[in-house]
Design a protein around this ligand. Structure first.
Ligand SMILES: *Cc1c(COP(=O)(O)O)cnc(C)c1O
Length: 427
């Protein structure tokens, strides 16, 4: 059951034993009645609080938190974070357009990562005068130089290096080993910086790393940054003074909830990074995604049916894998709680959606509080890589999204309509 104390890692709670689950001061039951289901609900207050944790833990060091837009790219969330001074880590031209649409004043706080940037995307980012391109290969550096020359804009770049550190996480979201497609072998980096020293259109601005996602120990971050710092020192001896070190994202949360102390985790992470960067006086960039938004969000769904097949019980909800694919894609765990609690003992059930795939499940053999058809359930910790990875598979309309700020809830994305879905098609 969700913790209800002030130190809870989640904004979702039951104010009284008999009341519905709330996000802050707003009842999820009321939101579901107003906006329908499936519905994503996010707490703006928690997102801002998480951002502040980084700022507090790194108060002694020049730093900029560049929120990884891909975790949740809702315009309203981009705007919320921009207003609090955050920068952004983007991995596509589309994400750049989101930042420019929501917070054009934040363009100078954007870092552009990703292994396959097109010339058109680079041009757009050059014109927007973003903070830094995180370059992932020598070929990309050549392309960047060519575009910069063409547009006559000097461009700030960082090499995204691959530090060859192992981060224990799901294999699909581990990225810091030499066998992965990401980054440039750190042993090659020195030679590449040297090769463009004094280049007319390329300014070596920083060095970056991103070792993976959902990493719950500070150790691999420290190890990676020690290697980066060593490279920075070597470069400095050669007269190449980098202004930024980008530690990437990847800080994990505890999906099993419990006693997770978010502030303590950020402090531990900050200490590891700070120690590894001893002697570096430039600016530290961070690219957290999940850590800022995951626990701020829940996916609210209605129970359509409770179906028994032999010894198994299936709770079928109106949300499905197209709305939240993490369980199917990464075997991810999401705690599921009823919005209104009923008396009775928990039952072991599978919670599934209506999509025609056996992989369409949210939980298997899970002890779930009793629910009946028509009840609402909330899938917790769904604020990151939920809506952002949603699709229209099975011609399902994607959920609406609501942002809760204090006692107020605001629709930030209306539910899709069939007209939205069919618009691009031709007969
Ligand atoms: C995905 C990604 C992030 C964010 O990762 P989280 O695990 O959500 O913090 C940051 N930087 C880069 C380059 C990424 O690809």
């Amino acid at each position: 059951m969700t913790a209800e104390s002030a130190s809870s890692p989640r904004p979702f709670h039951y104010p009284q034993p008999g009341s519905a689950l709330h996000c802050g001061k707003v009842s999820l039951d009321a939101l579901a009645r107003r906006h329908g289901t499936p519905l994503y609900v996010y707490s703006a207050d928690q997102i801002v609080e998480r951002l502040r944790m980084f700022d507090e833990a790194l108060a002694g060091r020049d730093h900029l938190v560049c929120y990884a837009v891909k975790a949740n790219s809702a315009l309203a969330i981009v705007k919320l974070l921009a207003d609090k001074g955050a920068g952004f880590d983007i991995v596509s031209g589309g994400e750049l357009e989101r930042v420019l649409a929501a917070a054009p004043e934040a363009a100078g706080r954007v870092v552009f990562s990703g292994v396959g940037k097109t010339a058109a995307e680079i041009d757009r980012a050059l014109t927007a005068d973003i903070l830094e391109f995180n370059v992932e290969s020598e070929a990309e550096l050549e392309l960047l130089a060519a575009r910069a020359k063409k547009l006559k804009r000097k461009t700030r770049f960082a090499l995204r290096v691959n530090p060859d550190v192992f981060a224990e996480t799901h294999p699909y979201i581990s990225t810091g080993l030499r066998e992965h497609k990401f980054g440039i072998d750190i042993r090659r980096a020195l030679a590449i910086y040297r090769s463009v020293a004094g280049h007319r259109w390329l300014e070596p601005h920083g060095v970056s790393v991103h070792i993976g996602s959902q990493i719950r120990s500070a150790d691999p971050f420290g190890a990676a940054l020690e290697r980066l710092n060593k490279l920075v020192r070597q470069l400095r001896r050669e007269g190449i003074a980098l202004k930024s070190v980008d530690a990437g994202g990847g800080l994990g949360i505890d999906y099993h909830g419990g006693a997770f102390d978010a502030a303590a985790r950020v402090r531990e992470y900050a200490v590891a990074i700070d120690r590894a960067l001893e002697g570096f006086e430039g600016r530290l960039l961070l690219e957290p995604g999940r850590f800022l938004v995951a626990q701020a969000g829940a996916l609210v769904a209605r129970v359509l049916q409770v179906k028994r097949n032999g010894s198994k019980t299936f709770v079928i909800t109106d949300a499905a894998m197209n709305d939240l694919i993490r369980p199917a894609l990464y075997q991810a765990y999401h705690e599921i709680v009823p919005v209104k609690r009923r008396a009775g003992r928990p039952r072991t059930v599978d919670v599934v959606g209506p999509v025609c795939e056996t992989g369409d499940f949210f939980a298997r053999d899970r002890k779930l509080a009793p629910v009946e058809p028509g009840d609402l359930v909330a899938l917790l910790d769904a604020g990151a890589y939920g809506m952002a990875q949603s699709s229209n598979y099975n011609t399902r309309l994607r959920p609406a999204e609501v942002l809760v700020e204090g006692g107020k809830a605001r629709l930030i994305r209306r539910r899709e309509t069939m007209a939205d879905l069919l618009a691009p098609e031709m007969l």
